[in-house]
Design a protein around this ligand. Structure first.
Ligand code: ZN
Length: 211
């Protein structure tokens, strides 16, 4: 069940309109659409007038029945329409993603069968290590990205404008870290929580504030 619709879209560059096909719901069983989500190309458009290529973000629900997760790409808080999923699809992970980059990364994390809370902790640890070891200043970092997980190690890339650095974080180390404060890392799954860098930083700021 793919729900595609066509809209008239005004190009933000030349202000002429053209037709764009949007998907409200993507089911991962459709391999072509799944691949377009994983690459982000499903959001890519090309203006036929000024020929610019760019991404447009719109609300999209992504359902993966094999890996049992549902992502909701949206900058808004959860609406009532999403309750139907949390009621009817028990045992699923529900996540909201605020950006296309987060959405693409989240699919990869769940495809790899990794806990996304653990990935955010790994990214946070890399951030601390990067800054503490004077590799660069926090404001120089343009992104911290999950790359892959294998052989019990999660690979994270920390990027700045002119360089990148890879970190390998053992899963066993992250599991120990999480076991020390299991209450920190609890998430309210049914609320389609945002599990991202901002979320993990807020955990550590709160705990520092309480100490
Ligand atoms: Zn245009």
């Amino acid at each position: 069940m793919q729900e595609a619709r066509t809209i008239n879209y005004e190009c933000p560059y030349c202000h002429k309109t053209f037709e764009v096909q949007l998907y409200d719901v993507v089911n991962a069983e459709d391999v072509d659409l799944k691949e377009r989500c994983m690459s982000g190309d499903i959001f890519r458009v090309s203006c036929p007038h000024c020929k610019k290529d760019y991404l447009i973000q719109y609300p999209l629900v992504y359902i993966d029945q094999a890996n049992r997760f549902i992502l909701w790409l949206s900058q808004n808080e959860m609406g009532e329409a999403l309750r139907a999923y949390t009621k009817n699809m028990k045992g699923y992970k529900f996540r909201r993603c605020e950006s296309i980059a987060q959405f693409v990364e989240k699919i990869q994390i769940f495809e790899d069968g990794i806990d996304d809370v653990m990935v955010e902790l790994a990214k946070y640890d890399c951030f601390i290590e990067f800054v503490d070891n004077k590799k660069g200043k926090p404001e120089d970092i343009t992104s911290i990205e999950y790359q892959k997980a294998d052989n019990g190690v999660i690979k994270i890339n920390v990027r700045t404008d002119d360089q990148g650095m890879s970190f390998l974080i053992p899963v066993s180390m992250l599991e120990e870290e999480m076991a020390e404060h299991p209450d920190y890392y609890e998430v309210n799954n049914e609320e389609f929580p945002l599990i991202n860098g901002e979320w993990i930083r807020s955990l550590f700021q709160e705990s520092a504030g309480e100490a």
